[in-house]
Design a protein around this ligand. Structure first.
Ligand code: SF4
Length: 485
């Protein structure tokens, strides 16, 4: 589902069912996302200004998105004054065509790439490969999924669905090294391969975290140093950014740096913060001889025009909302069939990829954990509800499976019944009595008949009419009622 004109994507309900059934995947996701959330909690705890910085960052984003047209014009002028070629692409096809044209003109054959979700969005790698170029992802996680011929399954942890044993096996098969599951051995093997690839590359492509209009500088934040090598070693460098990456001035950046790594990776600061302000100047010893910046719209203007949706353009792509989402943690990133999975993916994907992603806003319990963790406080549940409403009034309507249609009809019946509290209480008590043989501690471990899918994958259901001691956490959502594997 990378481009609107791509082949139809597999149905979300099918792929999510596969994800839920994969208990090994769920164990890996629980381990990784759980560790991440512990780190984030620790970082937040030792940084009392955290919430003030979130508010400051949100205010900057509100301002920047509110005058995007003006800031983009300034950014373009400054970048050009710094010696960059700037291309504004209306959609994925325009961006791909421009990059291909630059690559061909420069005679590029060997392309290295830094981490970039925007190039995933425009399906760049297949286009470069079809043109005969060898493309290598240099972020370790991206390199791993590229070796497996897979999409990243997380915005910032592309190989989150794999264990170190899986990676050891992959490297033994693909790189011809003896099997090892030691992270040091595996990273050393990847580093050795990638160093020689860097030295032979003639085109580098990366994404952009922030673009500062005031100075015409691009900011690239990373932990491995591969972004720095990708943007400086090859003769030609192309940075690809969405229009929403622009911020007004240099002093704004510090507010984002205070919160981005703390929320995204649980670090105080990422290892490298690169400032890129143009190609190599006379007398300089390194840097690319030519630099291009592709500024991509691809549906973002439509988001900007929608007063509810525009808040999604504040996103910093930190990935935290994925880690905290009970749905993402059960089904994994590949189930979403979009380069942007998880709560933020469920919002932006329908806008970027149209009807192919129309079901994603329904992939949420609306528990609000994503809103609580978001460093710029995006009200994701509100936008999801807005998109659900839009999906219900669009033509053609979403094609739901028979299972999903039954579930929706059941929820509608429940909603009708819940309007009459007396009858609701009476029915609850009757239901509770009938289901008593299946009830333990106020919960049903197995639901009968048409409700069986609820408990099929290890999820409990509060028994109707039962009075429970609240010992299982204060919220009843898919996460709180999940049984351990
Ligand atoms: S929506 Fe918020 S939490 Fe999710 S990726 Fe964007 S900035 Fe991070």
């Amino acid at each position: 589902m990378a481009t609107p004109d791509a082949a139809p994507a597999p149905d979300f309900l099918e792929t999510s069912r596969k994800g839920v059934a994969d208990t090994d995947l769920r164990r890996k996701l629980e381990n990784s996302t759980g560790r991440h959330l512990d780190h984030v909690a620790h970082m937040r705890g030792e940084f009392p200004r955290y919430d003030d910085e979130r508010d400051a960052a949100r205010r900057i984003k509100e301002d920047a998105i509110g005058r995007l047209d003006e800031l983009l014009i300034i950014l373009k002028q400054k970048l050009e004054a710094n010696g960059c070629n700037v291309f504004v692409a209306a959609d994925a096809a325009e961006a791909r065509d421009y990059i291909l044209q630059v690559a061909k003109k420069a005679g590029s054959q060997r392309v290295v790439k830094g981490k970039s979700m925007t190039t995933e969005e425009i399906d760049l790698n297949p286009a470069l490969e079809r043109a005969g170029m060898k493309v290598v992802e240099t972020d370790l996680g991206e390199y791993i999924v590229q070796l497996r011929r897979e999409r990243p399954s997380h915005i910032i942890t592309p190989a989150i669905h794999l264990s170190k044993e899986d990676i050891g096996q992959l490297f033994a098969e693909q790189l011809g090294i003896p099997y090892s599951a030691e992270p040091e051995v595996l990273t050393a093997a990847a580093r050795e391969r990638l160093r020689s690839i860097f030295l032979g590359a003639d085109l580098g492509i990366t994404g952009v975290n922030f673009a500062i209009a005031e100075t015409g500088s691009l900011v690239l934040i990373e932990n491995e140093g591969n972004g720095r090598l990708t943007s400086t070693l090859p003769e030609t460098f192309i940075a690809v950014m969405g229009i929403e990456k622009v911020i007004p001035q240099l002093t704004d950046l510090s507010h984002f740096l205070e919160i981005l790594a703390r929320t995204g990776t649980g670090q105080k600061l990422t290892t490298y913060t690169n400032f890129i302000s143009g190609p190599r100047r006379d007398g300089e010893l390194d840097g690319p001889r030519a630099m291009h910046v592709v500024i991509l719209d691809n549906g973002r203007s439509a988001m900007l025009a929608d007063p509810v949706m525009r808040e999604a353009l504040y996103c910093l792509r930190c990935g935290a909302c994925l880690n905290v989402c009970p749905v993402y943690r059960r089904i994994g990133g590949h189930a979403y069939n979009s380069p942007y999975p998880g709560p933020i993916g469920s919002i932006v994907s329908p806008n970027l990829f149209g009807s192919a992603a129309a079901k994603l806003p329904f992939a949420s319990t609306l528990c609000g954990a994503c809103r609580d963790i978001c460093p710029v406080k995006i009200d994701i549940p509100r936008i999801l509800l807005h998109l659900r409403w839009k999906a219900n009034v669009t033509e053609p309507p979403i094609k739901w499976s028979a299972d999903a249609r039954r579930a929706r009809a059941g929820v509608r019946r429940f909603a009708r019944m819940a309007r009459y509290p007396r009858s609701f209480r009476l029915l609850s008590r009757l239901g509770g009595l009938m289901l008593r043989p299946l009830t333990r501690d106020g919960y049903l471990r197995r639901m009968p008949g048409p409700f069986k899918n609820w408990t099929r994958w290890g999820r409990d259901f509060p028994a109707p009419g039962a009075r429970r001691k609240e010992t299982r956490g204060e919220t009843v959502n898919a996460s709180a009622t999940q049984r351990p594997e």
